[in-house]
Design a binder for this molecule. Structure first.
Ligand SMILES: Cc1cc2nc3c(=O)[nH]c(=O)nc-3n(C[C@H](O)[C@H](O)[C@H](O)COP(=O)(O)OP(=O)(O)OC[C@H]3O[C@@H](n4cnc5c(N)ncnc54)[C@H](O)[C@@H]3O)c2cc1C
Length: 483
């Protein structure tokens, strides 16, 4: 039996514990230490469809999360005012419903003026498909409620210990043991660092921090929950740009989770509080009621797995939550770790592969988030900076979109977003030129064939055929399930 010690009972610690125990069962002994006086970050309420790979492992269904908790369905993200006075939708894509590997049906629809958004969901609505959740969807969750729920489900399977890790003993770049305040000196076969921004274990090992502030300078967030009596429940997260950052707005069954994100380089905390307060008053008729400001370093460790220690979640890094990737990364990390060690024999041999994949994940996320800032805005110091400091990749993609089109060759194979996602964002940011797309098509030797296939894809597009006439009120479905 292998002994795992996990530090931290936030979403990362609980997901790691749940997946490890569900995969390896009696072959592992899992002890999770947490500091009851150090609260979880308690934000992170908008998820991607990858959450289901964790839920399935735990035997939890969407319906149960709606019935037992305050979960709601998420079909995508609505981006508002990124180019002022405009909005666009990035909806989820079901990978197996279409198999065009290199092109998007937008190749047909943009030149023909009939582009209507993503393949599955094309606009922000308060409806969801009436298909018993048998379609690609994420969830909005109340993170604290979700943690309590997971705690209850896991408490007979793993050992939870409320104790503070005080000293990390390291030898030869491996963790030898951890000194806890009450439990004393503890050893394990493997250590998982889920201690949040503290990076309690990993920061003691040799690994390099990759700072991404140059391109993504937002480093502060003020979160506030707003109790809300919904007439209709949005089936999307709202990401609304402000003149110095952006605001998230996430609908949970009986409240919104909102948060104001800004960069300390351009905005003082006082200014941010004032602006957020005005936004809250205007939108909800209620002012700012919290003193809390979350501060973080945007970036990640180049090696999240060092020796016998793996950092998962915020302890491994953080990129601003514009595409709700935090929980996604956690599941991806623990998934990769389990897959690479499926027989539980060595627990140290596949670090290189893991770290390469993890690094790529972060790089792809950073690139994609940077693409969202390709607005060419110059109406504040913040936006001028974002426009003047674009990543080379964004400049390249921008030029490609404006002069040609985006095909899958422009996007790394390891991206977890499909080509269609990049096109939704680029289209939302007005990066395509109808004539250039036509010229791009003209350059293809098999233009007619590509066009025919893309036209067919467009016409049989899931959103127009499968879901358009099959959507129901999100609220009605939730109310009918929730007790
Ligand atoms: C502003 C913001 C918005 C976000 N929005 C989203 C989103 O919409 N979607 C999404 O997927 N993700 C989002 N995230 C990311 C998401 O919140 C995290 O990925 C997720 O909550 C996991 O956090 P964690 O478990 O790594 O850390 P935490 O929740 O901070 O947990 C850390 C744990 O470590 C324990 N601990 C710390 N020190 C010690 C010690 N010495 N001894 C013992 N225990 C210790 C604490 O008690 C705690 O249990 C957001 C993050 C931020 C900052």
């Amino acid at each position: 039996m292998k002994k795992f010690v996990i530090i931290g009972s936030g979403t990362a610690g609980l997901i790691a514990a749940g997946m490890i125990k569900s995969y390896w069962g009696d072959k592992v002994q899992v002890t999770l230490y947490y500091d009851a006086n150090k609260k979880n970050i308690s934000v992170g309420e908008s998820t991607t469809p990858l959450i289901h790979s964790f839920l399935v492992a735990m035997g939890i269904t969407t319906k149960e999360l709606i019935r037992d908790l305050s979960a709601t369905i998420k079909l995508g993200i609505n981006f508002k005012n990124w180019i002022p006075e405009t909005e666009y939708f990035h909806g989820f894509t079901e990978a197996d419903i279409f198999h065009q590997p290199d092109y998007s049906s937008a190749l047909y629809s943009i030149p023909n003026d009939c582009y209507d958004g993503g393949v599955l969901f094309n606009e922000a609505t308060t409806t969801i498909p009436n298909e018993d959740f048998n379609y690609e969807h994420g969830l909005h969750i109340d993170t604290q409620e979700f943690s309590n729920y997971m705690f209850e489900r896991l408490k007979n399977k793993i050992e939870f210990v409320d104790d503070v890790a005080e000293k990390i003993n390291v030898k030869d770049n491996r963790i030898e043991s951890i000194d806890f305040r009450d439990s004393g000196n503890i050893t394990a076969d493997f250590y998982i660092d889920c201690s949040g921004f503290n990076s309690l274990l990993i920061k003691n090992l040799k690994t390099q921090w990759i700072d991404i502030t140059e391109h993504l300078p937002i480093d502060r967030a003020i979160p506030q929950q707003i109790p809300y009596d919904f007439d209709e429940v949005p089936s999307y997260t709202l990401a609304e740009a402000t003149d110095n950052g952006w605001i998230w707005q996430i609908p949970i069954r009986n409240r919104y989770g909102t948060g104001y994100l800004y960069s300390s380089k351009f905005t003082t905390d006082e200014e941010a509080r004032e602006k957020y307060n005005s936004w809250l008053l205007e939108k909800f008729g209620t002012g700012l009621k919290t003193d809390r400001i979350i501060q973080y370093k945007p970036g990640y460790y180049d090696q999240a797995w060092v020796g016998n220690c793996l950092a998962i979640g915020l302890s491994s890094g953080f990129v601003e939550p514009l595409e709700s990737t935090g929980i996604h990364i956690i599941i991806q990390q623990i998934h990769d770790f389990i897959n690479l060690n499926s027989r539980l024999n060595f627990l140290n041999l596949d670090r290189k592969v893991f770290n390469q994949r993890n690094l790529k994940t972060y790089e792809v996320i950073v690139d994609f988030i940077c693409l969202h800032y390709n607005t060419n805005r110059s109406d504040s110091d913040f936006w001028r900076y974002m426009t003047d400091n674009k990543k080379e990749w964004v400049d390249d993609i921008d030029e490609k979109c404006r002069k040609e089109f985006l095909d899958s060759f422009s996007i790394t194979e390891q991206s977890f977003w499909h080509l269609d996602s990049y096109i939704q964002v680029a289209k939302g940011l007005q990066m395509f030129d109808k004539k250039s797309v036509g010229a791009y098509l003209d350059m293809q030797s098999n233009k007619e064939e590509i066009l025919k296939i893309m036209k067919e894809y467009h016409e049989s597009n899931a959103q127009s055929k499968r879901f358009k006439n099959k959507k129901m009120s999100h609220k009605q479905i939730i109310d009918s399930i929730h007790k």
